[in-house]
Design a protein around this ligand. Structure first.
Ligand code: DGJ
Length: 717
């Protein structure tokens, strides 16, 4: 046994037992942050600090133990919102949790897993808190496991993933809300005493109206570069809940987890109830740093293949909708090649025969190629695309069914719906009952059959166009209140299976806009669809919103015909993430086509900086009638700046913008790129020091409406 392993084992053993007489302190540490627990009176686990690390570790001993119970139980002395509420097998509705032991395991140079076990002194019932600290990214991931050995099931009513306490003067909450086509609108408000809840009850997907992400600023409102805050998110693709409660002493507790709404869970003896992860970062330098921490974490741990390149594509949805055939598609393959993108993505409408998928009221569930539209099937399409030099990808929505489908006729018992009420449709469809293992096989089979028959498929778009209403699972029978939780866990089972067999296939997580964007699902996906709204102006706000928590490499931004803005504006907006097209290329003028070809080539030159660089949001569209942001690569020798002028009023004047994230000592050439017809940035081609760019700044914005500028900033030696 190596010396290190020996020492590690020794510390694991000592942590819980041999040093029982010493005051117990558990540190969860990242590069700049520490979350500190200690064991207080009555063996209670207490959060005694969360914030920047102290210079002198010895001073942690001076922190008062306080009363911030790490995981608040219900039914005994607590008078506020609990983290956990249960009913024991003997119907006793109370829980008491006392520290039992903890373990710290360094998983590698970056990641340390700390577990703290607590037990009820009266019942064989235990709760273990898990904390994964990502040192370099300054991110902490938390979840909980609940288990018991009582004689009969225990009913769980509340089961938080995380409980964090704060004692600031004021609290400012930034939430992200919206609806279909208006996702991720930012709203900031001061929390007042009592409870503020942000939650969702959509079942199949986390967000649409409220999103499972927030900033919580302490003392003062924070901005991009100043202010103390945490950025938090729940990795769960179903009902979530964040509870912010300020008590009579102005202390705040934030409880995050699955929404307990209609979800009492009967936990059998010896079974483990595992909550989803709450992921957060603490920043004392504003929202910009918090986002960069999240992005770095996500690229390494939160999304699939976050360090690998992505494919540019042409999608046919807005060009053809359901109306296409082999000939039309062949023309679109040509267009993909003409544009210079990597892949053609065939959207909805390619399947079903008895009830052909010619609009959105039929065919969902019947995943065979439609013979009338595609007599040669998918094989012929792949062959044709490949012959022209394009990869081929395909759309599916495997969790859903139209009542007008063979699947509905064959398996009415596979569908979530109330037995004694009329069916409730959303986009003419219903949700399959994924809690049923046969349905899981079916849904997995949709991907597996496609990939087995057509291994050349290079990309999948996995859509999900509705939430659960009239929720009733024929499979769960008397355990109906398990539906919301079991649905999501079953979905993850399917994703797991899919990824075991197809570990690196690029798959876009789509949810008809409105969103299924969360880190519970994203670890199985390479990218997501932020919104069906692709209007360039709206997208500035939508993508800005997502950029707070999700790295640009995950955000599929397509250039379409939705907006009235110039093609250049829409292209520049799409470029700030993972660029793609969904536009009739044949309607482009020669000049537009040339511009687009050039834009694709530019994007391919700049995409490494955009995907893997650090994001600096310089001017918010919520503050001025423009948005400016930039990405800087790790070596700080390349940066890309995007400036979008929105709708300034007459006489409105834009100040210079100071750049960020560059190396003050380096010299940089600043060149405008993606130019259409005429140059906007008058200093294009000049060389400046990083110092100058960051202290003095540049006039990067055009004054006229809906104009955009892209600057390529390159170190010169
Ligand atoms: C909703 C998606 O957001 C669209 O891009 C498209 O794929 C349609 N579904 C197809 O039904």
């Amino acid at each position: 046994m190596s010396k290190n392993i020996f020492l590690l084992l020794l510390s694991v053993v000592f942590a819980g037992h041999l040093f029982a007489q010493l005051p117990k302190i558990v540190n969860i540490e990242t590069k700049n942050t520490i979350l500190l627990y200690r064991v207080g009176q009555d063996q209670k686990l207490i959060q005694s600090y969360l914030g920047n690390k102290l210079f002198q570790p010895g001073e942690y001993d001076k922190l008062k133990a306080g009363k911030f119970e790490a995981y608040i139980t219900a039914g005994t002395s607590n008078l506020f919102e609990p983290s956990i509420r249960v009913k024991h097998a003997d119907n006793n509705p109370s829980l008491d949790l006392q520290y039992e032991s903890h373990k710290i395991v360094k998983q590698d140079d970056d990641v340390t897993l700390t577990t703290i076990k607590m037990i009820d002194p009266q019942y064989p019932f235990e709760v273990t808190l898990f904390f994964k600290a990502y040192y370099n990214e300054d991110v902490i991931e938390e979840w909980t496991e609940i288990k018991h050995k009582e004689k009969k099931p225990v009913v769980l009513y509340n089961y938080a993933s995380s409980t964090l306490h704060f004692d600031a003067k004021n609290y400012w909450l930034t939430q992200f809300h919206g609806n279909w086509a208006e996702e991720m609108r930012m709203q900031e408000s001061q929390l007042t005493s009592g409870i503020k809840i942000i939650d969702s009850k959509l079942g199949t997907r986390a967000h649409m109206y409220q999103t499972p992400v927030f900033y919580l600023s302490l003392n003062e409102k924070s901005n991009e570069n100043t202010g103390e805050l945490i950025a938090g998110t729940l990795g769960w693709s179903g009902n979530f809940q964040f509870t912010f409660e300020i008590d009579e002493r102005n202390n705040l507790r934030v409880i995050s987890g699955i929404n307990p709404y209609a979800s009492e869970y009967k936990l059998e003896p010896e079974k483990v109830f595992k909550t989803p992860s709450f992921i957060f970062t603490y920043s004392n330098s504003g929202k910009g740093l918090a986002s960069r921490n999240m992005h770095q974490w996500a690229r390494k741990y939160g999304i699939l293949d976050g360090d690998k390149p992505r494919l540019t594509l042409l999608n046919n949805w807005e060009t053809t909708y359901f109306s296409f055939n082999e000939e039309k598609l062949a023309g679109l393959f040509d267009d993909a090649v003409k544009l210079g993108v990597d892949l053609f993505l065939l959207d909805d409408g390619w399947f079903a025969n008895k009830y052909p998928r010619n609009n959105d009221n039929a065919g969902l569930g019947d995943w065979e190629e439609n013979k009338a539209k595609l007599p040669g099937g998918i094989d012929a399409l792949i062959k044709a695309a490949q012959q022209k030099g394009s990869k081929f990808g395909i759309w599916i929505e495997p969790e859903m069914v139209n009542p007008k489908s063979e699947l509905y006729e064959k398996h009415p018992d596979w569908i979530i719906k109330l037995p004694n009420r009329s069916e409730n449709y959303y986009r003419n469809q219903l949700v399959l009952d994924l809690t049923n293992p046969q349905v899981q096989d079916f849904v997995f089979g949709v991907v597996d059959n496609l990939m087995t028959k057509h291994p050349e498929i290079a990309f999948i778009k996995w859509d999900c166009n509705r939430m659960i209403t009239n929720g009733y699972s024929p499979y769960l029978k008397e355990n109906q209140s398990h539906l919301y939780i079991d649905y999501v866990n079953s979905l993850y089972k399917v994703f797991d299976r899919m990824r075991q067999k197809y570990p690196h296939l690029p798959i876009m997580l789509c949810s008809g806009g409105g969103g299924r964007v969360d880190y519970g699902a994203l670890k199985y996906f390479t990218e997501f669809w932020p919104s069906d709204n692709t209007d360039g102006l709206e997208r500035v706000f939508i993508q800005w919103g997502y950029s707070n928590f999700y790295p640009s490499i995950t955000s599929c931004n397509h250039i379409t015909s939705w907006g009235k803005q110039s093609l250049k504006f829409r292209t520049d907006v799409a470029m700030m993430g993972k660029m793609g097209y969904d536009i009739p290329v044949k309607h482009m003028t020669d000049q537009e086509l040339k511009f687009s070809q050039n834009a694709v080539a530019n994007y391919k030159r700049l995409n490494n900086t955009i995907w893997f660089g650090d994001l600096f949001r310089l001017v918010s569209p919520y503050d001025e009638s423009r948005a400016v942001l930039m990405y800087v690569n790790t070596e700080k020798n390349k940066a890309v700046l995007f400036s979008y002028t929105l709708n300034p009023r007459y006489g409105e004047f834009f100040q210079k913008v100071r750049l960020q994230g560059l190396d003050a000592a380096k010299m940089y050439k600043v060149e405008e790129t993606n130019i259409n017809l005429r140059q906007t940035f008058m200093e294009s081609g000049k060389v400046f020091s990083g110092d100058f760019l960051m202290k003095v700044g540049l006039e990067v914005s055009a004054n006229n409406s809906l104009n955009s500028v892209v600057l390529e900033i390159t170190e010169v030696k």
